[in-house]
Design a protein. Sequence first.
Lengths: 259, 396
Amino acid sequence: MNIFVCIKQVPDAKDVRLDPVTNTLAREGVESIMNPYDRHALEEAVAIKEQLGGKVTVITMGPPQAEAVLREAIACGADEGVLISDRAFAGADTWATSYTLAMAVKTLGAFDLILCGKQAIDGDTAQVGPGLACRLQVPFATCVQKTRKVNDVAIEVERMMDDGFDVLRLPLPALMTVVKDINEPRVASLKGKMRAKKAEIRKFSATEIGADPQCVGLAGSPTQVVRVFSPEPRGDRKIFSGSVIEQVDQLVECLKAHL
Amino acid sequence: MLKIESDKCTACGICETSCAFGAITVQDDVAVVNESCTLCGACVENCPVAALRIEIADKRRQHDIGTYSGIMVFAEYRHGNVAPVSYELLGIGRKLADQRGVKLSAVLPGGKVAPYADTLIAAGADTVFLAEHPMLEHFREDIYAAVLEQVIRDQKPEVVLAGATAIGRSVIPYVATALNAGLTADCTRLEIRKEDGVLLQTRPAFGGNIMATIECPDTRPQMATVRPKVMAPAEPDSSRKGDVFQVQLPEKCVQSKVEVLDSVINTDDRVNIQEVETLVAGGRGLESEKGFALIRELANELGGAVAASRAAVDSGWIPYPHQVGQTGKTVSPKLYIACGISGAVQHAVGMQSAEIVVAINRDCNAPIFNIATYGVVGDLYEVVPRLIKRLQEIKK
């Protein structure tokens, strides 16, 4: 079983704020982490590999320092890391990102399964997984909460819906995005960490994956951000005081208008 | 590429501090950009001497965008119902269509969906495209995508809207990629720019910490998924007239590689917490599974549904579909009552766009009070029963 996992390095959401004066993303203290959903995609890939044998390759598109998440993934059980990095990729939206990842996948060769996190927590779009499936022309399922059965020719999964879940059978090769319910990601072992330290990360540029310059980065992105701003702050805030009975009375008084 | 005009640059360092990615540094009296640049443009906006600009060498452009006209809505059908968000899409779609002076259409794929055409017209559609086939009874990404792609290629609408639902957010990115169209996820505001008729799409990013407005200037259709419960549906008008067309589906269009073995509806939690107007949420402060009985009672009293923090879900007190926050669902109800939830940022990003937030917590220093409209400081096991009692009294 040859499994690719697409992962992303993201800023830790809790640190991201707009500077109210300059209206720019404040950098101070922003830590970079592996996108939390991608950890679950990686764990699922490693678990399937342990069951059926094979190889897990983690792929990320990002700046040179995104190498850190590839090493982290190797520490958690991936066999190989691939960094797709080029100045030309800067400013990519989900259309250009899925294009770039697809070109990288084609460069790497045949696969049985591609796993992605449901979405990245910086953009929250959940669009790259389905976009990648479209470009590779493979069947896919989003928001998978459980792998029921998997063998060399097909995978049977539970896909979360808004009102429950569907049970789907996809022939391989296929792609799926996962939610955090699917598993509990393992912690890196000491041995894994040693391996990650020594591992050689393969690096691809835009030319090395044969990317059309018109399809990558800002040039290839149909969407453009025209404005970034802080959400409107909550209006008058009221923290009540007094006994529970007094506080509840005040609350009910305030809520009456809205009920 | 980010271009820096070295003769204009005063090495003031504002760009360096405004970059969220550490991509720009002042070296030897001039700003220098490195490989981490994402072309977000923050430095360009902040440069006091306009020494920075973003140059796009070879932008991909579609040449027939003038031939696209009309607003199209993907109406979603599942288990015998048209999803409520479809009517909300028609509500905003009608406004956009009137502003642009164009028609509003709806595409409805499903098994037998003809009976719903009239309700879509009453909700604002001028035209309804029915895609009926037994294979479309269950949602399958590949054939739903094929049907939508075909209708969009035939009709060439300038805007396509879908619900930011499990179905919409799964199939629409596939369709947009196939059409080489721009797509914005989970929009909370849509408007037409008067000067050029371009759709401005506003959405939260970083879990709602930041809002971004996005446009697709050079491609058509302009596609967006829209968050449920944000747009208002139009008052149904059964006297409205519209045209209904059956979409001709070639056999290859409805051939799926995916087998649907089962479709399970969660009977105990049938409510989708993203679709309700009132949510009562419980967290670690409940201290046990039993606490959710009380939460449920308050939710019932208010006609709402039950939500939970990650701590409560991880403790096994309530299933994952109820989880709100960074690794759960993002909700924006009219009223959100957080009981025994400390309000860590990971939870806050999932609910801070609620209209009114009520926090009930023993700890007056809990961060939840910073994002609450109203705060009650006290033991939830005293506060909630009292609140239920008072609500019942008002009803009488």
